[in-house]
Ligand binder design. Structure first.
Ligand code: URA
Length: 239
């Protein structure tokens, strides 16, 4: 038996806090009975409904997905573009992406049906490190990129300290490949950070989330995470 709000978050209804509010607001029933107390516990056979809509209790599942460029990090798109869930054939759970990658960004994204896990990983207070590799315009020196490490102002607010490493530079083409590790998840953060130091991003890929990487995956493919990988991500999120 688990607390109702925890199960709701697990099922992807909303974050645990928002689920608590739904309960307090009297919008949740269990086996037809309205529940407004937060300590209420449910088992996996109990019928939960929110505003009369059944919440299906599923076993939590977790996947690492290599998102190709030109795919939306969402479960549906009003313009009918490809979305991340289009690549999951034979997965019946209602999975969604943990956080977002831009349409034109490729790389690692975690997919799950566990709202609470997703929340833990994306909460601004304890976000895990994310490793990006960017192809940028220009061949900057370390000194020119140093502000990235100290924090740069984007959208009126300074970014948290980050780590960067120039992996290669091509003087003929006037481009460089730079690794950037950040732990925040602001909108278009990496592109805006490079823009802020004067080296616009041409191409962007996310290589790692915490210790989890893309090794063994090719673009458009996914694999299930092991229990150990899931726990490790949670430990990193809390650390
Ligand atoms: N930062 C960006 O600018 N884009 C992404 O997709 C991810 C991080």
């Amino acid at each position: 038996m688990e607390r109702l709000q925890k199960v709701m978050a697990h099922c992807g209804v909303a974050s645990r806090r928002k689920s608590e509010q739904l309960i307090i607001d009297g919008r949740v029933t269990v086996n037809g009975k309205r529940i407004t107390e937060l300590g209420y516990k449910v088992g996996n056979k109990d019928q939960i409904e929110v505003d009369g809509v059944p919440v299906y209790q599923e076993e939590p599942v977790y996947f690492a997905f290599y998102k190709p460029r030109g795919v939306i990090s969402a479960v549906s798109d009003d313009k009918n573009r490809k979305v991340v869930t289009d690549f999951f054939h034979g997965v019946s759970e209602r999975i969604f992406p943990v956080g977002r990658l831009d349409y034109d960004t490729s790389g690692l994204i975690i997919m799950t049906n566990d709202g609470e896990f997703a929340n833990a990983l994306t909460h601004p207070k304890h976000e895990v490190n994310k490793t990006y590799v960017a192809k940028i315009k220009g061949t900057p020196t370390n000194d020119e990129l140093r502000p990235l490490a100290r924090g740069v102002k984007i959208d009126g607010r300074k970014t948290a300290p980050a780590r960067f490493k120039v992996l290669s530079s091509d003087r003929t083409k006037n481009t460089s490949i730079v690794e950037l590790i950040i732990h925040e998840g602001r909108n278009h953060q990496v592109k805006k950070m490079f823009e802020a130091v004067g080296f616009p991003v041409i191409k962007l890929k996310r290589e790692k989330i915490g210790q989890l990487d893309l090794i063994g995956l090719s673009s458009g493919k996914y694999r299930e995470l092991s229990k150990k990988e899931v726990s490790q991500l949670l430990v990193e999120a809390k650390g």
